[in-house]
Write a protein that binds this ligand. Structure first.
Ligand code: ADP
Ligand code: MG
Ligand code: MG
Length: 933
């Protein structure tokens, strides 16, 4: 390979830096950065992600020059550390650590103490005069190497780890409780048994040559990029497979040399609630993984100050805490080890946090000038804002549960919110019950990456062991799951399928409730209630000044609004939805579907009369019945909008949906009675209307073309409503949208009706109002002929649901039968109905925008498909220069943040037309520039 394969960090030189995450991985880049700013980091080197990428490109073969480069790097590291690899007197030991661009906690494998064999172990024992430490390090090395490189792993979810089993057997034999109770002789015996275990499982002997060991470990890290856990993780977080992982080789420091040693992890602030407190934990006389794996329950970091032997390190850690926040501009999640009272830094990264912590930390750190506002916006996960809407316990039910003495245990509050549901003990069962629509709480002694699927399926996670940095807590924070970790009083028996505590025994399927904000665990169900944010914004049962959560959220949203250039609208059909959406930040309606109004109350009868009418006169009569209903609906919506623009789409049927189907004979009989016709007539019409694929049938404006009186009625209802509301002194901005247009002439015919009716209503009411008429672009022909269509349209709105269906020739409703397979095979990367297929559908959109604006340079263009609330699609809309996105009310905050991120990531917006302030319509503008016949 032509590029540099290896980057160094150490006393004599440091090649990399914090801004090189793509090449060095997050871990490698930040190790280099910490070294640069003078923090105590053991020396090492990083093999770049490019090497991993090339490894996979060449059928799992490393570049030819890697071995030579590694040899040179080891030589350099020996000099830095003053020890030699494989030296029987004073051996250099290293860790081999994976590290992708984005951290993937626990997803890939790390090997510690590499370089040990029988001879070097004796050497280490002599050099440190600490044989116990040497044998402990050796047995750990065998354990990790045996697992990661040689594949000695448990085969089933509820099996015990084979190494742990051997260790437990020895514990029983020699009657010790913790691994720290083993003597050097015990550990020496353990090493012997581990070697035998490896030989028995794999048929291969454990490699004694350190160079061979290193080679094996490096390739194992590359391979771990493609293990199931890593793949699943990447799918969930949309990390591309092509990134690859870097490999860090670093001189070991030891937290397991005695009681003046320790290892720990810490956050510069609380990642669960965002409080500005030092948050972390450590274990004395332990090595790396022990803290995360929950082998022993760790001590909280504030206790360290009181420790006589390592207390001094606490002050040093506090300084590090400040240095890190100042230099990295965000909350840091870091790993450290204390070797003989001396502090070493082993890792730092931006801390994953709950949405609550995200908004609080953004608020605080921006105000403290530790974080840039740009970073506050860029670093959030828009989707995670949903967590702020997650339920909490209902106050009354919660108090009752406590009074009834149903509190079983209190663990660590690791993921805020409330969850109540069936308790299950395996990931498999969690998935099974969740698939049946049940709420589940997954209870495990501790979780491991194998539980990930079950954790995704669960509403809440409960563990008996493990601290704030345990796997469960880590994952909960990231996925926004309600989680209580390390509830030590609870006993879980996987074999019996029970959870016991304080005399209460729960079996699988029994109800349990956990409070991830306080750490409480209750048996039985507890009703949940709306989150504070909902109480403030939706129910209005709480005042903004009484809710800190709201204030943090509001700070962040206002910040987002400063950066975004996209307008925000909502898809809403009812006044209450509009009010909610505006509370969440919507600046208008992007899509009001009129047909949703047709189902309410007894209107459906008139709708059916309209559909069934044989004569135009009958139809007109039915429409006359419907008109006042529609008008009232629009009045409500205009009032709720209070002067903001409201884009109303003309009827887009599948008409048969308004009639009882063939499997509903009783319903058809009823309709026949209501409409004074025979059941046979109803049945016949249903068949006629029920096309095989209504998606491509009598849809959109085709209805209004063939039945112009329907368009006329709707236009009249809209404009009469506008006039009524205007009379009340409330401004109105109706936008009439014609659906599914593929030909300019279609639009012309509809526009002519709308303009005529508008003029009539203005004349009749004596009220003048601004309005516009535009179209949805939702079939490929519409996009391809957008220049022609734009002559007749005052705005466009992309209906990306239909545009995706028609572009891909894929019906959303039955794509479920093959889409998952398509995603697994990577034919498509993401579900195109969730995230815009940029290369296909996106190209049509781009053509639509470009062609539309060649005709009308400042044509207002938005999107109203469900994609409007998807962060990646929002970004795409920003890139191609749309004016606004529209999404469901509860997704407006997500879209606001996503739009701000899009603006920061893509600073040069091609065409900037801000909606609302820029409404083109003039009062009474009834003349269309096109001649509608
Ligand atoms: P992960 O990405 O899963 O956190 P790491 O590579 O960070 O894996 O390593 C796992 C554990 O081993 C961590 O606790 C880390 O601090 C520790 N560790 C890694 N390298 C060293 C080292 N050179 N000396 C001492 N401990 C180490
Ligand atoms: Mg780590
Ligand atoms: Mg549509």
């Amino acid at each position: 390979m032509a590029n540099k394969l290896i980057y160094f960090f150490g006393k004599s030189k440091t090649d990399g830096g914090g801004d090189m995450k793509a090449l060095l991985g997050g871990k490698g880049a930040n190790l280099a950065q910490m070294t640069k700013i003078g923090l105590p980091v053991p020396s090492g080197f990083t093999i770049t992600t490019e090497v991993c990428v090339s490894y996979y490109k060449n059928g799992r073969k490393a570049p030819a020059d890697l071995a030579g480069e590694m040899e040179k790097a080891v030589k350099w590291l020996e000099k830095e550390a003053g020890k030699k690899f494989g030296d029987v007197k004073n051996p250099l030991l290293v860790s081999v650590r994976s590290g992708a661009r984005d951290s993937m906690p626990g997803m890939m494998d790390t090997i510690l103490n590499l370089g040990l064999n029988d001879a070097t172990c004796e050497g280490l024992a002599a050099a440190t005069s600490n044989p116990r430490f040497a044998w402990d390090s050796y047995r750990r090395f065998l354990q990790m190497y045996g697992d990661v490189v040689m594949g000695v792993q448990k085969k089933n979810e509820n099996d015990h780890d084979p190494f742990e089993e051997v260790m437990d057997a020895l514990k029983k034999e020699v009657k010790v409780k913790d691994d720290t109770d083993f003597t050097a002789t015990h550990l020496q015996e353990l090493v012997k048994r581990f070697k035998k275990l490896i030989k028995d499982w794999t048929g291969k002997a454990f490699p004694t040559d350190p160079v061979k060991q290193l080679e094996g470990a490096v390739f194992a890290v590359f391979s771990s990029w493609m293990n199931d856990r890593a793949i699943l993780y990447r799918q969930k977080y949309r990390i591309p497979d092509e990134w690859g992982t870097a490999v860090n080789v670093q001189a070991m420091v030891f937290g397991n040399m005695g009681d003046d040693c320790a290892t720990g992890v810490a956050f510069t602030r609380d990642p669960a609630n965002g409080e500005n407190v030092f948050y972390g934990e450590y274990l004395v006389n332990a090595q790396g993984e022990d803290v995360v794996a929950g082998v022993r329950t760790p001590i909280t970091i504030s206790e360290m100050a009181k420790d006589k032997t390592i207390g001094a390190a606490h002050k040093e850690l506090n300084d590090v805490r400040k240095t890190l926040e100042k230099n990295f501009g965000d909350v840091q999640d870091f790993e450290f080890t204390i070797e003989k009272k001396k502090l070493y830094m082993l890792q730092t990264r931006n801390g994953k946090r709950t949405a609550l912590a995200y908004v609080k930390i953004a608020h605080d750190m921006v105000k403290e000038k530790l974080m840039t506002p740009e970073h506050a916006i860029k670093s959030g996960d828009p989707e995670a804002l949903n967590q702020l809407l997650q339920p909490i316990f209902d106050t009354v039910a919660y108090a009752a549960a406590a009074k009834e003495g149903r509190l079983m245990a209190v663990g660590l509050p690791a993921g805020p919110g409330a969850a109540s549901g069936s308790v299950v003990f395996t990931a498999g069962k969690a998935e099974e019950l969740a698939a049946k629509g049940q709420s589940v709480v997954l209870a495990r002694i501790e979780t491991s990456p194998e539980d990930l699927r079950g954790m995704i399926a669960s509403d809440g996670i409960l563990t008996a062991r493990g601290g704030v940095s345990s796997h469960a807590a880590l994952v909960a924070r990231q996925m926004g799951k309600v989680c209580v970790a390390g509830a030590g009083d609870i006993q879980i028996d996987y074999h019996k399928g029970t959870l016991k505590c304080k005399g209460v025994t729960l079996k699988e399927g029994d109800q349990i409730s956990i409070n991830g904000t306080t750490g409480e665990v209750f048996h039985g169900k507890i009703a949940t209630a709306d989150s504070e944010l909902k109480q403030v914004l939706v129910n209005k049962t709480m005042k903004p000044k009484d809710s800190k959560v709201f204030q943090y959220y509001d700070f962040l949203m206002k910040l987002a609004d400063k950066y975004r250039t996209l307008g925000m609208r909502t898809n809403a059909d009812q006044p209450d939805q509009v009010v909610n959406a505006i509370a969440f930040g919507a600046e208008g309606i992007g899509l009001c579907r009129t047909e949703h109004m047709f189902f309410e109350g007894d209107r459906i009868i008139a709708v059916r009369q309209m559909i069934l009418a044989k004569e135009e006169s009958d139809r007109k009569q039915a429409l006359a019945t419907l008109l006042p209903y529609q008008q009232k609906d629009f009045e409500g919506i205009f009032e709720a909008l209070n002067g903001l623009p409201g884009c109303i789409r003309l009827l887009d049927p599948p008409l048969h949906e308004f009639l009882p189907q063939h499997d509903n004979k009783k319903g058809q009989e009823e309709v026949a009675k209501q409409l004074h016709c025979s059941v046979a007539e109803v049945a016949k019409l249903v068949s006629e209307l029920h096309e095989f694929n209504p998606m491509l049938g009598f849809r959109g404006c085709r209805l209004g073309i063939l039945r112009p009186e329907i368009t006329e009625m709707q236009a009249r209802a809209i404009f009469q409503a506008a006039a009524v509301v205007l009379k009340k002194g409330i401004k109105v901005k109706p936008e009439v949208m014609v659906p599914l247009v593929g030909f300019k002439k279609e639009l012309d015919l509809q526009v002519a009706i709308v303009h005529r009716v508008a003029a009539e209503v203005m004349k009749a009411t004596g009220k003048k109002f601004a309005y516009t008429v535009g179209t949805m672009i939702e079939v490929p022909r519409g996009a391809l002929t957008a220049d022609e269509i734009a002559e007749s349209a005052e705005f466009f709105s992309f209906g990306t649901n239909d545009l995706t269906q028609t572009c891909l020739g894929m019906s959303r409703d039955d794509s479920g039968s093959f889409l998952p397979a398509y995603q697994n095979l990577e034919i498509i990367k993401a579900n195109p109905f969730a995230s815009i297929d940029r290369t296909g559908v996106g190209q049509l959109m781009k053509i639509g925008v470009d062609k539309g604006r060649t005709t009308k340079p400042d044509l207002k263009i938005g999107i109203c498909g469900e994609h409007g609330g998807d962060p990646s699609s929002v970004e795409f809309c920003h890139i191609i220069g749309l004016d606004y996105v529209s999404c469901s009310p509860f997704r407006v905050p997500i879209a606001r943040l996503a739009a701000a991120q899009a603006a920061l990531r893509n600073p040069a917006k091609p065409v900037a037309v801000k909606m609302i302030k820029d409404s083109k319509a003039k009062p009474g503008s009834t003349k269309s520039k096109t001649s509608a016949k």
